[in-house]
Design a protein around this ligand. Structure first.
Ligand code: NAD
Length: 261
């Protein structure tokens, strides 16, 4: 349990499954009130809400597309109408698809940028306006990726979106630090979630990924959720504008592991 979370209100985008779901569950365990956003997986979101309520938590599932202003407004409204406030906004929703850049359609480019980068902007803007209006030292957490740092051929749109999140994160952290509003990113490496399910079902593909992870295992969504809970809490009170890598060492140039080169 971390200090300063109990009774506070969080919005978690894309919270019906994967990392967002683990974050929603962890924040509920920390006695926060949670708005769990979903876009397509209504069942996953509603089942999670039921489970959290049974365990004594307070949560609500809300459908919204984070790439639209109406969508993020619906999430902020839900936080206020259900729980009376907003303290922590977690921009977790994301998507990717593998395609060579010379074959990448503008439609696919736009889809990924709209969710992964514009969604982060819109969510942050909604949260910032609420925090400023209430003179509140709110907290924004963005799910970036190791690909805000590592180039990823055949995922150029994804890498560009996460690179964009990096400087957006740093810029708004600087812009609102004097108000006591903190903004940080989490950069997961390879985490076992539906986004990777197909890849990790293939043993050969899984092995290739494991070879890129010095700690030699695929991360668990709960390991990312623990980082989110810490960043949301008062225990990280002096941390802003940073990216916390939760990647088993993937960004440490594993090809240099044996001192070669
Ligand atoms: P996931 O596919 O399991 O979950 C992503 C969630 O985002 C889904 O619930 C999906 O419905 C939601 N979403 C997509 N478009 C949306 C929209 N327009 N509006 C609202 N919600 C929408 O993926 P995940 O692995 O849990 O990833 C969560 C975040 O972490 C993403 O931003 C992803 O890029 C990032 N990430 C994941 C990994 C990993 O290995 N799993 C690694 C690095 C970064």
């Amino acid at each position: 349990m971390y200090n300063g979370l109990k009774g506070k209100v969080a919005v978690v985008t894309g919270g019906s499954k994967g990392i967002g779901n683990a974050i929603a569950r962890r924040l509920s365990e920390e006695k926060m009130k949670v708005v769990i956003n979903y876009h397509s997986d209504k069942e996953g979101a509603e089942e999670t809400v039921e489970e959290l309520k049974k365990a004594g938590g307070e949560a609500v599932a809300v459908e919204a597309d984070v790439s639209s202003e109406d969508g993020v407004k619906a999430l902020l409204d839900a936080a206020i109408s259900n729980f009376g406030d907003l303290d922590v906004w977690i921009n977790n929703a994301g998507m990717e698809n593998k395609v060579s850049t010379h074959e990448l359609t503008l439609e696919d480019w736009d889809k990924v940028i709209n969710v992964n980068l514009t969604g982060v902007f819109l969510g942050s803007k909604a949260a910032l306006n609420h925090f400023l209006e209430k003179n509140k030292k709110g907290n924004i957490i963005n799910l970036s990726s190791v690909h805000e740092r590592i180039p990823w051929p055949t995922f150029a749109h994804y890498s560009a979106s996460k690179g964009g999140v990096k400087l957006f994160n740093e810029t708004i952290a600087l812009e609102y630090a004097h108000k006591g509003i903190r903004v940080n990113s989490i950069a997961p490496g390879a985490i076992n979630t539906p986004i990777n399910a197909e890849k990790f079902e293939n043993e050969e593909e899984k092995e290739k990924t494991l070879n890129m992870i010095p700690m030699n295992y695929i991360g668990k969504p709960e390991e990312v959720a623990a980082a989110a809970a810490w960043l949301a809490s008062d225990e990280s009170s002096y941390v802003t504008g940073t990216t916390l890598f939760v990647d088993g060492g993937m960004t440490l140039y594993p090809s240099f592991e044996k001192g070669e080169g």
